[in-house]
Write a protein that binds this ligand. Structure first.
Ligand code: GDP
Ligand code: IMO
Ligand code: MG
Length: 427
C-alpha cells in the first residue's frame, strides 16, 4: 500500500488531527512533513484530549511508527514537553523519530518573530510568534542549525557561535534589542540534545523503506492550502509548502509514491491571524458559530474568524492538491442554522471570479456570491450512516461535492473518533 496524504483545504484548523487519528488505526507509519509548533492538532480518543504541536496524530496507535520529517522545524523544548505529556497519559513514544535534517527553532527565531511582527505595524501577519518564519528564513538563507548538529557538541558549538554572531548583529543593529548569550543557549540546547538523541534518525530512509516494503504511510499535513507560502493569501501565510507538494520535499519521497490525497474541509470557514477572508461573518451569525464551535486558536487562544463555506477556496484546493476525496468536518456545528450559505464566486471590479486572485488587495475587495440552502435544524451528532442524515444535510454535502469537484469520503459530526460517518473506503 502507498502513501496517503491528509491536507488542510482552507486556513488550517479543519480537523486534520481528528481525521489522522481516525485513519491511523490501519496504517504502519504517520509522518509530519512541514510547519512546526504553529500547528495545534486536536485528538480526542480513549487516552484523553490532546493538542499536538509536533508529534504526529498517529502516536496513539501502538503499531504506527511516527516520524517528524526534515521539512518540519523543531522547537526542542516544545517537543520534549509534548513527549512527556503523551508518556504520562500511558502512551509509548518509543516509536517516535525525528529527522536529523530538520531545522531547529532557536531562541533568536522566537525573538525575531515578535520583533518582525512589531516592525510590520498595521501590516502584521498575526503569526503565532513561535519563531516559524525566522527559522525557515534561516533554512533558506543557509544559516540554519539542524537536529543532526546536536549529535556532536563541538559541531554544534561552532555552528551556533557562527550563526549567533550574525543574528545578534541583526537583533542589536536593526531592532535595537538586547543580544542573546551564547553560553545560555549552548547549555540549554546541549541539555535538549541528550534527551532527543534516542529519537534522531535519517527518517527519509525510514519512510522510503516502509513504502518499498508495501506499508501504508499517512502524511499528516499542517496548516492549510490558503496558508501555503506560494498559493495562500500571500503575504498573510505561513512560511512553508502546506500543500501535498510539500510532503515530497519535506520527507524525501517521490511524488509517484503518493496515490491518495484526502482534503480536510470544515463545513464552514475559519481563519486565525490577519489577511483577507471573503466569507468572514463579522456580525451575530459569525459569533454564533464561534461560540457553538469554541473557535479559539489551539496555539495562541485567539478567537478564530468565522464565515460561510467558501467553495472558491475549496475548488482551488482540490486542484492545487489533486484531492482524490475529502473529509468534511464539523457538520454538526451547522445544526442550529435555519439556512446555510455557500460562496460560489467572488464579485470584484464588475467581474465574477471563480478562482482566488493572487493579489491580497484584490482578494480583500472581493464580495462573495452566495447560494442559500435550507438548514436541517436537528442534532446530527449521533448519526453514523450517510443515509440517516436529514435530507437537507445530505443535500449540503452533495452540493459541496459538486462545487469543489471532489467526492466526500468521510463526514465528521463530532470531535471524537466514533462521531464519524464513513461514506467510502478509507485506508
Ligand atoms: P487541526 O489543526 O486541523 O487538527 O484542527 P484543530 O484541532 O486546530 O481544530 C479543529 C477543532 O474541531 C478541534 O477542537 C476538534 O476537536 C474539533 N472537531 C473536529 N472534528 C469535529 C466535528 O466533526 N465536530 C465538532 N463539533 N468538532 C470537531
Ligand atoms: P494547524 O496545523 C491555523 C497562521 C497564523 C498566522 C499565519 C502565519 O493547526 O491547522 P506562523 O506562525 O505560521 O508564521 O503564522 O498562519 N497559522 C495557522 N492557522 N492553523 C494552523 O495550523 C496555523 N499555523 C499557522 O495564525 O495567521
Ligand atoms: Mg489547529
Amino acid at each position: 500500500m502507498p502513501a496517503v496524504a491528509v491536507i488542510g483545504a482552507q486556513w488550517g484548523d479543519e480537523g486534520k488531527g481528528k481525521i489522522v487519528d481516525l485513519l491511523s488505526e490501519k496504517v504502519n507509519m504517520v509522518v509530519r512533513f512541514s510547519g512546526g509548533n504553529n500547528a495545534g492538532h486536536t485528538v480526542i480518543n480513549p487516552y484523553g484530549e490532546f493538542k499536538l504541536r509536533l508529534v504526529p496524530s498517529g502516536i496513539f496507535h501502538r503499531d504506527a511508527t511516527c516520524i517528524i520529517g526534515n521539512g518540519v522545524v523543531i522547537d526542542p523544548a516544545v517537543l520534549l514537553e509534548e513527549i512527556e505529556g503523551i508518556r504520562k497519559s500511558g502512551v509509548s513514544v518509543e516509536r517516535l523519530f525525528v529527522s536529523d535534517r530538520a531545522n531547529l527553532i532557536m531562541p533568536y527565531h522566537r525573538l525575531l518573530d515578535g520583533l518582525e511582527e512589531e516592525a510590520r505595524g498595521g501590516g502584521a501577519i498575526g503569526t503565532t510568534r513561535r519563531g516559524i518564519g525566522p527559522c525557515y528564513t534561516d533554512k533558506a538563507g543557509r544559516l540554519g542549525i539542524r537536529v543532526g548538529d546536536l549529535l556532536d557538541k563541538e559541531v554544534f558549538r561552532e555552528r551556533l557561535s557562527f550563526v549567533l554572531e550574525q543574528k545578534n548583529r541583526v537583533i542589536t543593529k536593526l531592532y535595537d534589542a538586547e543580544p542573546l548569550s551564547f553560553d545560555g543557549i549552548y547549555a540549554e540546547y546541549c541539555g535538549y540534545a541528550d534527551e532527543l538523541v534516542p529519537h534522531i534518525r535519517p527518517t527519509d530512509m525510514m519512510v522510503q523503506r516502509a513504502l518499498e516494503a508495501g506499508q501504508t504511510v499517512l502524511l499528516e499535513g499542517a496548516q492549510g492550502t490558503m496558508l501555503d507560502i506560494d498559493f495562500g493569501t500571500y503575504p498573510y501565510v505561513t512560511s512553508t509548502s502546506t500543500i501535498v507538494g510539500g510532503a515530497c520535499s519535506g520527507l524525501g519521497i517521490s511524488p509517484l509514491r503518493v496515490d491518495r490525497v484526502i482534503g480536510v474541509c470544515k463545513a464552514y470557514s475559519t481563519r486565525v491571524g490577519e489577511g483577507p477572508m471573503p466569507t468572514e461573518l463579522t456580525g451575530e451569525t459569525g459569533e454564533r458559530i464561534r461560540e457553538r464551535a469554541h473557535e479559539y486558536g489551539v496555539v495562541t487562544r485567539r478567537p478564530r474568524r468565522c464565515g460561510w463555506f467558501d467553495a472558491v477556496v475549496g475548488r482551488f484546493s482540490t486542484r492545487i492538491n489533486g484531492f482524490s476525496d475529502f473529509a468534511l468536518t464539523r457538520l454538526d456545528i451547522l445544526d442550529i442554522m435555519p439556512s446555510i450559505k455557500i460562496c460560489t464566486g467572488y464579485r470584484v471590479d464588475g467581474r465574477t471570479l471563480t478562482d482566488p486572485p493572487s493579489s491580497p488587495t484584490v482578494l480583500a475587495r472581493c464580495e462573495p456570491v452566495y447560494e442559500e440552502l435550507a438548514g436541517w435544524e436537528s442534532d446530527i451528532a449521533g448519526v453514523r450512516r450517510f443515509e440517516e442524515l436529514p435530507a437537507a444535510a445530505r443535500s449540503y454535502v452533495r452540493r459541496l461535492e459538486e462545487l469543489i469537484d471532489c467526492p466526500a469520503s468521510v463526514v465528521s459530526v463530532g470531535p471524537s473518533r466514533e462521531e464519524t460517518i464513513i461514506i467510502r473506503d478509507v485506508p
